[in-house]
Design a protein around this ligand. Structure first.
Ligand code: PLP
Length: 414
């Protein structure tokens, strides 16, 4: 254990932002990693170095800088393909983030796949990014969303799943890990059932991809999305995985430069995927810095450490927070990622969040862009503490002590 903590302390030094103090003078305790993760120095440097030394637009230039930028951007695509076990870099489309990714797929399926009466199966735990894009399609095509309730402990409910499956099911769109509960969904098993019925599967891997290695090939899924900024990379860059031949089948999401083979007034021919889905100038520097974040994770941190240490932090937090009498933890099922949502009796999450902020602790409070799940849980909001491999058990102690003070502060006098 001590070795793990020493390793976390060593890695922590790679993240300049973490050595700051809160304006109150308290040391900064960053426990909002599920919203966005902090960036290691190498990622910051890669971003800056590209802008200082190689900045140029890609694909269209014959000059040195443009060719260098193109090579770096396309190498980043290769890095991402390898990272998620895709068969080829052509299955990887760069977008702004998971939200844009799901919109890209939803609009493509709207035009080339769905018909009236089709149904999409999701869980009740989806992020709004995996609900609203489908509702936009629902409005136009009279398709239907079928959300499956989770079990009491936050785990996937196979009985509900099988009850909801029908000959009308045309897509399963599901999160691999709830951003509120932290519970993992059995994606490989779901995809296995789906394959037998010829139903494509879309995975929102935003949270899962941060905590565990992922292989789209092993999972056997058709679509997968995630955002770079939650994975220690910059904002403004995200990934869509389109298993072949979906890239060929789906029409482009946006039109413009760089996604065409030939444009004339009569007809435009599109470039093959992935270029077909990347109209206009993409986030070049961000894609390149994101690839650096992936290398950093592999080469400097390693999945073995991430999985073992984050599990330890999660268990430690469960134990420390679980000892606070008026605190309720949500979603205790395993396997799970390293985050906990909870409420305190008689204390509004926003009051708790503000109090914790004064102690230098950054947590997220609110509905976490999962209002249907909040409705199912019967609460308007929770407090969420989410951990990364650079967090320390002493920070969890600080959180637990501060929460005890919150309880004391808000307890009715006399
Ligand atoms: N899906 C999940 C599970 C998330 O946690 C988030 C972000 O919180 C998103 C989708 C949306 O990600 P982004 O805002 O980066 O597009």
């Amino acid at each position: 254990m001590k070795d793990w903590v020493r390793e976390a302390e060593r890695l922590r030094a790679d993240f300049p932002i973490l050595s700051q103090r809160h304006p109150s003078g308290a040391p900064l305790v960053y426990l909002d990693n599920a919203a966005t993760a902090q960036k290691p120095q190498v990622v910051i440097e890669t971003l800056a170095r590209f802008l200082k030394e190689r900045n140029s637009n890609i694909h269209r230039g014959v000059h040195w800088l443009s060719q260098e930028a193109t090579a770096l951007y396309e190498a980043a695509r290769e890095t991402v393909a390898e990272f998620i076990g895709a068969e080829s870099a052509e299955e990887i489309v760069f977008v702004r983030g998971a939200t844009e990714g799901i919109n890209l797929i939803a609009q493509g399926l709207r035009r080339a796949y769905f018909g009236p009466g089709d149904e999409i199966l999701l869980t009740q735990a989806e992020h709004h990014a995996n609900i609203v894009p489908w509702q936009l399609v629902e409005e136009e095509l009279s398709i239907k969303l079928r959300p499956i309730p989770l079990r009491e402990d936050g785990s996937f409910d196979w009985v509900e799943f099988h009850a909801a499956l029908s000959p009308h099911t045309r897509l399963i769109a599901i999160t691999a890990m709830s951003n509120v509960l932290g519970t993992e969904m059995p994606i490989a098993e779901i995809a296995h059932v789906a394959r037998q019925r010829g139903i494509p599967v879309l995975v929102d891997a935003c949270q899962a991809v941060v905590h565990r290695p992922i292989s789209v090939k092993e999972w056997g899924v058709d679509f997968l999305v995630f955002s770079g900024h939650k994975l220690y990379g910059p904002t403004g860059i995200g990934v869509v995985y389109l298993r072949r031949p979906w890239g060929e089948k789906l029409p482009p999401y946006q039109g413009g430069g760089d996604m065409i083979r030939r444009v004339s007034w009569e007809k435009t021919l599109f470039a093959p995927p992935p270029a077909k889905f990347e109209a206009g100038t993409p986030a070049i520097a961000e894609a390149i810095a994101f690839a650096e974040a992936i290398r950093y994770l592999h080469q400097r941190v390693g999945w073995d450490f991430i999985q073992a240490y984050e599990q330890y932090l999660s268990d430690y937090a469960e134990q420390r927070l679980g000892n606070i009498p008026t605190l309720k933890l949500y979603g205790t099922a395993r396997p799970r990622g390293s985050l906990w949502s909870f409420t305190l009796e008689e204390v509004h999450p926003h009051d708790a969040g503000t109090f914790l902020d004064q102690a230098g602790i950054a947590v997220r409070v609110g509905h976490h862009c999962a209002q249907p799940l909040m409705d199912a849980m019967g609460v308007p909001a929770t407090i969420r503490a989410s951990f990364a491999f650079y967090n320390l058990p002493s920070e969890i102690d600080h959180l637990a002590h501060s929460l005890e003070r919150v309880v004391e502060f808000f307890s009715p006098v006399g």
